[in-house]
Design a protein around this ligand. Structure first.
Ligand code: GLA
Length: 377
């Protein structure tokens, strides 16, 4: 991949890259839809991600090419960083430059960037956070901005929220930034304190299954959940994601049934996340698996962000003997995870049944937990 990337850069821009970078995608093990109310999350970085090559230019132009969007060719960024539909994926790049500019970093020199990705787009594995973090990390390095990783995470989130206009928590950017090989990131999204927890999956297999469902209206549904979680937390002394069960039970009697249900998910998911991290530390995979199953049930019934394809895959994996299975990420499609003791079983029949039922294929792969954003060369 690295050689391919350098070669493509050279053929696009007639100059060799001066630096190469990588930013991973993420999978969330548990703690879903809790990161925008100050709750706990437990994501991990994947070995799938976005590779980027960089070189400075003599003039002030800022250009970018992505092999994933080859039909766009080399895109020249707008000097005023105005968001335009025609710029496609490059809007995410502009978003990060805008975020840096807001912080007082103007990036005076022009440059050329080439991107190549092993991360499926729109699969709920945070390809947008990976791109944002890749660009932020790259700019910090090549322009010697000396920003801390936490600042880059915050700026990438700001790019997503304020420039791209997508409400979201900090989990994705944080996981891309702070991933560690074979470790989960147990993060308190209220304080941003975190702990790398060893996963010890040597005798287990973590399987990712992408529903390949075309996701429609994800943003509006996400924003609706975002708003109801805010409503549910109104008037509490703590952030909803830090509220103990008994305090919540007393508070929720004044809420509409739907808002109470959304809050029920957040409060119970937090308790599950804490328990899941404890279970993993004790290498109690049965308990961990049961918590994944309970998480999915809550996301399906109380938070209502699952879908038929995800529910079907969870049932199928459990029927094949998985210790636990659940949707991961925002939901409404995207990817689900399943944890197996030992090696994974044969998935040929599962895939055929899925195809027959939904009319399109799912994609199954083994997850490898890797490090966060980095400079490769
Ligand atoms: C998306 C958002 C995250 C988080 C998850 C749900 O991935 O970007 O901030 O809210 O959904 O847990």
């Amino acid at each position: 991949m690295i050689q391919d990337l350098a070669k493509t850069h050279e053929s696009m821009y007639k100059t060799a890259p001066s630096a190469l970078f990588f930013a991973p995608g993420r999978v969330n093990l548990i703690g879903e839809h809790t990161d925008y109310s100050g709750g706990f999350v437990f994501p991990a970085a994947l070995d799938l991600g976005i590779y980027g090559a960089f070189s400075f230019r003599e003039d002030a132009q800022k250009r970018i090419y992505s092999a994933s969007f080859a039909d766009l060719g080399v895109v020249t960024l707008d000097p005023a960083l105005e968001k335009k539909a025609s710029l496609g994926f490059a809007n995410y790049v502009q978003a990060v430059l805008w975020s840096l500019k807001e912080e007082g970093y103007a990036l005076p020199k022009g440059f050329d960037i080439t991107l190549m990705s092993t991360l499926p787009d729109g699969a709920g594995l945070s390809s947008s956070a990976a791109l944002e973090m890749l660009i932020g990390y790259m700019m910090n390095d090549v322009f010697a901005l000396k920003l801390e990783l936490t600042t880059l995470v915050r700026l990438a989130k700001k790019a997503e929220n304020e420039y791209m206009g997508v409400a979201s928590g900090i989990m994705d950017q944080f996981a891309v930034g702070f991933g560690k090989e074979d470790h989960g990131i147990f993060l308190n999204t209220q304080t941003l304190t975190f702990e790398h927890v060893p996963l010890h999956f040597e005798n287990h297999t973590l399987i990712l299954t992408n529903t390949n469902k075309k996701r429609a209206l994800v943003d509006s549904a996400y924003n609706e959940r975002f708003a109801s979680v805010k409503d549910a937390g109104q008037g509490l002394a703590f952030a909803l994601g830090q509220t103990p069960q008994d305090v919540w039970e007393a508070h929720k009697v004044n809420l509409s049934p739907r808002t109470a249900l959304r809050g029920d998910h957040v409060v119970s998911e937090n308790a599950r996340t804490l328990a899941a991290v404890e279970a993993l530390k004790a290498q109690d995979y049965l308990t961990f698996g049961a918590l994944l199953v309970a998480s999915h049930a809550s996301l399906k019934e109380a938070f209502e962000v699952s879908c038929e394809e995800l529910d079907y895959l969870v049932e199928e994996h459990l029927a094949l003997g998985a210790l636990g299975a659940r949707m991961t990420g925002a939901g409404f499609g995207g990817t689900m995870i399943a944890l197996y003791a030992g090696d994974a079983p044969d998935f040929t029949e599962l895939k055929a049944r899925y195809q027959a039922r939904f009319g399109f294929a799912c994609a199954i792969y083994e997850a490898s937990i890797a490090s966060g954003v980095t400079r490769l060369r």
